[in-house]
Design a protein around this ligand. Structure first.
Ligand code: EPS
Length: 388
């Protein structure tokens, strides 16, 4: 099974991802992983930290001469900011006195539940790991996993659908490559110049007021074969797995697949994607794609469309009411350096998280220990579906 764990504190020395279950023989382009890491760092509305970091993955295991060898793949990214935190984030008990203890939990953050649950005195012991800095390694793992499915023609793209009160239009009938090119050039990862201006103005206004902004990102995956995931068991349903992976991202409050919540408001006759058959291509077709590419927990073979809602960041420069943990006196939430809006980065994060889950489902379906074995299984299955 393809799976991964991450480790590392936001201001610790390094961030780590260990990816288990990657088959052998896949060419891995480290530069492409680093490009995704750089994409995650961009976007209008980020704070001072991104000027310090230059995220680059180092391979510690699992790749030899540019190819996977079947062993666990370990990727490491250095936190350049660690040099400013060395004493405060030290593992050495002799440095305990260096800590500036954080005692005012921020509403919306993991701070309060975290200190109570883990019986900690310093909120920093919670916030360091709860920080969205952790998504660096989800992007590294997801970008790696993308390279396990891209040889089979799977493409995954994330972009911004809305930020704050401004929704961005997507040009009708635009191809995925063109949409990728345009959104990549945008400062807020949209394909709508007018919306981009409005969003930048809203971010600026928010910054002035010490406030933060959330938004919705959309992920599209194309080139998927029918039948990834399964209807037979709850924890094998692909849409359920995607929702879990995406809802586990910092600040995510909602996930929709296809037309999502809107599906609950229309009649069945308007919603369901009618089936056709293309005799020359010997494939079943759909007249629409309201399902967003999944039915019964399996891919339909149509493009997958997932939308993810991120709440505004919980570190406010004009903080909300809170209580000091030590004195129990009324206070305001602690101020930490942070971003005003990280939604353009969230689009890259959601994109790579979806890529990882798709690669996991792909490897389960075509399971094998090498590229050659998986390719045989994949081709055999496509023949089977075509000859049905
Ligand atoms: C974050 C707070 C900020 C962000 C950080 C997420 O960190 P810092 O306090 O060091 O400025 O910059 O995001 C990243 C470091 C990143 O790589 O995305 C938080 O509290 O979640």
């Amino acid at each position: 099974m393809l799976r991964f764990l991450t480790a590392g504190e936001s201001h610790g020395p390094e961030l780590v991802a260990v990816i288990e279950g990657a088959p052998a023989g896949f060419e891995i382009d480290l530069a492409a992983i680093n490009q995704d890491l750089a994409r995650r760092q961009k976007g209008y509305g980020r704070g001072g930290r991104m000027a310090i970091e230059r995220d680059e993955a180092r391979v510690v295991s699992g790749i030899r001469f540019g190819r996977t060898i079947g062993s666990p793949v370990t990727l490491i990214v250095e936190n350049r900011d660690f040099k400013n935190w060395e004493k405060r984030m030290s593992a050495n008990p002799a440095d305990r006195g260096e800590a500036k203890v954080v005692t005012r939990p921020r509403p919306g953050h993991a701070d309060l539940a975290g200190v109570l649950k883990y019986n900690l005195e310093d909120i920093r012991d919670v916030l360091e790991r709860a920080s969205a800095r952790e998504t660096t390694m989800r992007v590294a793992a997801g970008s790696f996993a993308r390279q396990l499915i891209s040889p089979f023609g799977v493409k995954v793209l994330g972009y911004v659908a809305s930020i704050g009160s401004t929704a961005a239009r997507v040009p009708p009938n635009i191809g995925l490559d063109e949409l990728a090119r345009i959104t990549e050039e945008s400062q807020v990862r949209v394909a709508d110049a007018e919306a981009e201006r409005a969003i930048i103005a809203e971010i600026d206004a928010c910054k002035k007021e010490g406030d933060t902004l959330g938004g919705v990102v959309e992920v599209i995956a194309a080139g998927l074969p029918v039948g990834l995931g399964s209807h037979v068991q709850w924890d094998r349903k692909l849409d359920g797995r995607l929702a879990q992976a995406l809802l586990s991202l910092q600040a995510v409050k909602g996930v929709e697949i296809g037309i999502g919540f809107q599906a609950a408001r229309v009649r069945g006759s308007e919603l369901h994607d009618e089936i056709g058959y293309d005799a020359s291509a010997r494939r079943f077709t759909r007249h629409s794609n309201n399902s967003g590419g999944t039915e019964g927990g399996m891919t339909t073979g149509e493009p997958m469309r997932v939308r993810v809602a991120f709440k505004p960041l919980s570190t406010l420069m004009r903080p909300l009411k809170s209580v000091d943990l030590k004195t129990k006196a009324e206070a305001v939430g602690a101020i930490e350096r942070s971003d005003v809006c990280a939604i353009p980065a969230a689009a890259v994060i959601a994109e790579t998280v979806v890529a990882f889950e798709l690669a996991r489902a792909f490897m389960e379906k075509f399971g094998g220990d090498s590229l050659a074995e998986i390719t045989r299984n994949y081709r055999g299955y496509l023949d089977q579906v075509r000859d049905y």
